[in-house]
Design a protein. Structure first.
Ligand SMILES: Nc1ncnc2c1ncn2[C@@H]1O[C@H](COP(=O)(O)OP(=O)(O)OP(=O)(O)O)[C@@H](O)[C@H]1O
Ligand SMILES: [Mg+2]
Lengths: 247, 259
C-alpha cells in the first residue's frame, strides 16, 4: 500500500534521512522506533506528502506522491488520518469543531449526525463532554487525545500516529493503546505509529521498523525485534545508554 | 564577493516576488475548486471591514483637515481660496484616500493576518490542515483575500468622504472660505474618473495586502521570533509595494481615463 524507495532528506547541512526504503501492506500495524531526533516524525510526514524528499520516491496505492502538486496530494491525503506529535489542534476552533473538521468540510452528513459522531469519538478517547472547550484550555495529554479523535473520526484507511502515548499517565496510555488496536482490528485500517514506549509497541503493532542513522536499520515481527540480540536494537529496546561490558 | 551577495539578494527577491504572484494565481484558481466558506468569509469581513472603520475614519479626517488648511494657506497668497475644495477632493479621492487607507489597513489587518497564519505555521497547524485534506489557500487565504477585496474600496470611500466633509468644516467654518464657492469649485473640478481611480487603486491595494501578508505568514519559520520577523517583513513589503504600485497606477489610470 505504501512503498518508500531510497528517500533522502537534508535540512541545511544535516542529512536526516539517508536512503530510507520500506513497504507497508494494507491492514498492517507497524511501529517505527528510533532515537530522538532520528527523523521519525520527518519520515511520517513524507508518507503523507507533507514533506517532499530531496531524492527517492513514495508510492501510495501505486501512485507516486513525490511528483504530485498540492491539489492532487489532497486527494491522496483523504485516505489518511494523522496524529501530530504536538497534536497541532486548530487553536481558533473549539474541540468539537476540531474533531468535526473533516466531516463538516465533506458535508455529506447532517449536522446532528456529525455532532453524534464527534461525541462518540471524544468518548472513545475518554474525554466526553469537553466539546465546547478551546484547545488552549486543555492539558497536553488531553490535546493529544483530541488530536487522536480528530485523526480517526472520519474513518481513514491509513492512520499515522506520532507518539500517541507520550505525555499520558500509564492508565490513559494503556487505554489509547487499546483504542489504537481496536481501530486497527475493527476498522481494518493500516496503522503506522512512532513510539518510544515498548509496552505500547507490543500492543499496537505486528511489525517493527527501526530507523537508525537515517536508514531502516532493521525490521521484523514485533516479538522478534523486541527480543533481538542485535546490540543496537537490544540497547534501544532495553534503554541502555552505554554498551555493557561483560564481567 | 559583494557582487555575489547582491546577486544572491536579487535572486531571493525575485524568487519571493514570483512566489507571491503564484499565491495570487492560486487564490483566484481556488475559487474554481471550492466555494469559500461563508462563515470564514463573514468573520474576516467583520474583522477587516467593520473593525477597521475607526482607524480609517480618523486617517481620512486628519488628512482632509491638514490638506485643506495647507492648501488654503498657499492659495490664499494668490487669492484662489475657493479652489481649496477642488484640490482636497481630487487629492483625497485619487491619491491620499486610497494610499493612506491601504497603509493603515496594512498595519492593522495585514500584520494580524501574518501573525495569525505564521503562528499556525510554526505550531504545525498548517501541516495539520494539509493532512486533513484541506488546502491552506482555500481555507485560509481565500476568505481573507475576498474580505479585503470587498472592504478596501468601501473603507477607502468612507475615508475619502470623511476627509472631504472635514475639509469643508475646516475650510468654511475655520478659515472662512465661502461655502457655496467651495462646493461649486469642488464638484466642477472633481470628475468621476478621479473617484474611479481611487476605487480601482484601493481594490489593487487590498489584493496586495492580502497576498503579501498571507504569503509571509504561510512561509514563516522558526518560533515566536520567526513570527515577529515575518510580521515586520509583511508590513514593510506590503507598504512599499503599495507606494510603488500607486505611482504606476496613477500614470496608467490617467492614460485610461484621459486618453
Ligand atoms: N524544519 C526543520 N528544519 C531543520 N531541521 C529539522 C526540521 N525538522 C526537523 N529537523 C531535524 O531533523 C531531525 C529529525 O527530526 P524529527 O522530528 O523527525 O525527529 P524524531 O525522530 O521525530 O524525534 P523525537 O522522537 O524526539 O520526536 C532533527 O535532528 C531535527 O533537528
Ligand atoms: Mg518526532
Amino acid at each position: 500500500m505504501i512503498e518508500v524507495r531510497n528517500v533522502s532528506k537534508t535540512f541545511g547541512t544535516q542529512q536526516v534521512l539517508r536512503g530510507v526504503s520500506l513497504d507497508i501492506e494494507r491492514g498492517e500495524a507497524v511501529v517505527i522506533i528510533g532515537r530522538s531526533g532520528g527523523g521519525k516524525s520527518i519520515l511520517l510526514k513524507h508518507l503523507i506528502g507533507l514533506l517532499q524528499p530531496d531524492s527517492g520516491t513514495v508510492r501510495v496505492d501505486g501512485e507516486d506522491i513525490t511528483a504530485m502538486d498540492e491539489r492532487n496530494l489532497l486527494r491522496v491525503r483523504r485516505k489518511y488520518g494523522m496524529l501530530f506529535q504536538m497534536a497541532a489542534l486548530f487553536d481558533s476552533l473549539t474541540v468539537e469543531e476540531n474533531v468535526g473538521f473533516v466531516l463538516r468540510r465533506q458535508g455529506l452528513e447532517s449536522e446532528a449526525e456529525i455532532r453524534r459522531r464527534v461525541a462518540e469519538a471524544l468518548e472513545m478517547v475518554e474525554l466526553p463532554g469537553i466539546g465546547h472547550k478551546m484547545p488552549s484550555e486543555l492539558s497536553g495529554g488531553m490535546r493529544k487525545r483530541v488530536g487522536l479523535a480528530r485523526a480517526i473520526v472520519y474513518r481513514p484507511e491509513i492512520v499515522l500516529y506520532d507518539e500517541p502515548t507520550t505525555g499520558l499517565d500509564p492508565i490513559a496510555a494503556d487505554n489509547i493503546d487499546r483504542l489504537i488496536r481496536r481501530v486497527w482490528e475493527t476498522l481494518h485500517v493500516t496503522s503506522i505509529a512512532v513510539t518510544h514506549d515498548m509496552k505500547s509497541a507490543r500492543t499496537i503493532s505486528n511489525r517493527i521498523l527501526m530507523l537508525h542513522e537515517g536508514r531502516i536499520y532493521s525490521e521484523g515481527p514485533t516479538a522478534e525485534i523486541l527480543e533481538s540480540a542485535d546490540p543496537v536494537i537490544h540497547r534501544f529496546v532495553n534503554g541502555i545508554s552505554t554498551p555493557q561490558k561483560p564481567n | 564577493m559583494p557582487v555575489l551577495l547582491i546577486h544572491r539578494r536579487f535572486q531571493a527577491f525575485t524568487t519571493q516576488l514570483g512566489e507571491i504572484f503564484q499565491l495570487l494565481v492560486e487564490s483566484v484558481r481556488s475559487l474554481r475548486y471550492e466555494r469559500p466558506s461563508w462563515k470564514d468569509f463573514l468573520n474576516q469581513l467583520h474583522f477587516v471591514g467593520v473593525k477597521s472603520q475607526s482607524v480609517v475614519i480618523t486617517t481620512g479626517a486628519a488628512t482632509g483637515m491638514v490638506l485643506c488648511a495647507q492648501t488654503f494657506l498657499q492659495f490664499h497668497k494668490v487669492k484662489m481660496d475657493t479652489a481649496t475644495g477642488a484640490v482636497v477632493s481630487i487629492g483625497m479621492s485619487s491619491e491620499l484616500g486610497p494610499v493612506l487607507a491601504a497603509l493603515m489597513l496594512t498595519g492593522r489587518v495585514g500584520a494580524a493576518m501574518t501573525a495569525e497564519l505564521g503562528t499556525m505555521k510554526v505550531t504545525e497547524q498548517i501541516d495539520a490542515l494539509r493532512a486533513l485534506a484541506a488546502h491552506p489557500v482555500d481555507t485560509l487565504v481565500v476568505p481573507r483575500f475576498l474580505a479585503l477585496l470587498a472592504s478596501a474600496p468601501l473603507l477607502t470611500a468612507e475615508s475619502v468622504v470623511v476627509g472631504i466633509v472635514s475639509s469643508w468644516l475646516v475650510g468654511v467654518h475655520l478659515l472662512g472660505i465661502d461655502s457655496a464657492y467651495y462646493l461649486v469649485n469642488m464638484t466642477r473640478y472633481t470628475d468621476p474618473p478621479d473617484v474611479m481611480t481611487g476605487l480601482i487603486k484601493s481594490v489593487v491595494f487590498g489584493a496586495i495586502i492580502a497576498v503579501v501578508s498571507c504569503y509571509k505568514g504561510l512561509n514563516c519559520q522558526g518560533g515566536a521570533e520567526g513570527v515577529g520577523r515575518a510580521t515586520t517583513e509583511a508590513v514593510v513589503a506590503a507598504s512599499i509595494s503599495i507606494l510603488i504600485t500607486n505611482f504606476f497606477l496613477t500614470l496608467f489610470l490617467a492614460r485610461v481615463f484621459y486618453p
